[in-house]
Design a protein around this ligand. Structure first.
Ligand SMILES: [Zn+2]
Length: 185
């Protein structure tokens, strides 16, 4: 399994593990009785912190933290919390659902909105992708035998070790890493 595949599988696991985390906390906080509204709020705050840390840890090496992206992520996080509150109020007023179940259900909106928001904000834009691919192709033009950087040469003969592969051998040697293949997508 490549690292990228492992990370995608861990990404899929964020919601099931969050649900488990939420219910374990709920049982710990409220015991056998029905939870109070403040208990539900505390459990949600802790669960949202877990989700935020899990997601940031998972994608820590894949996000380019520009100033614009930091500000947008902070604003989007506030918006996701506001959406959860709005969902709570709709469930309370429109659907006449009691406080605690309305808080449990309404709170679900925040992590879903936040994770979708991070996917949209953290993915690389066209300029970042072009820069990454340019860097990648630069790095791959190397002698298959000694690794000498052959960028800009017109011949496959290595000036360092004298190895002279055919074009086919040369190209094949540049694409041997599955991680590198995945990085191109
Ligand atoms: Zn060489």
């Amino acid at each position: 399994m490549t690292r990228l595949v492992a990370r995608l599988l861990l990404a899929v696991m964020i919601f099931p593990t969050s649900i488990l985390f939420f219910f374990i906390l709920m049982v710990l906080v409220s015991g056998r009785g029905n939870p109070s509204l403040s208990e539900v709020v505390v459990v949600w705050a802790t669960t949202l912190t877990y989700i935020g840390l899990y997601w940031l840890w998972l994608w820590r090496n894949s996000i380019r933290w520009t100033m614009g992206r930091v500000v947008a992520t902070a604003g989007m996080s506030v918006g996701a919390i506001a959406l959860g509150l709005a969902a709570y109020l709709v469930l309370r007023k429109q659907a006449q659902i009691p406080e605690e179940p309305a808080a449990i259900l309404g709170g679900v909106v925040t992590p879903i909105a936040w994770v979708i928001g991070t996917i949209l904000l953290w993915r690389e834009n066209d300029r970042e992708r072009a820069a990454r691919l340019a860097k990648l192709s630069e790095a791959t033009v190397a002698c298959p035998l000694c690794g000498y950087n052959m960028t800009g040469l017109h011949d496959t003969r290595c000036p360092e070790c004298g190895h002279h592969p055919t074009l086919q051998e040369f190209i094949a040697s540049q694409h041997d890493s599955p991680d590198r293949e995945m990085a191109r997508t």
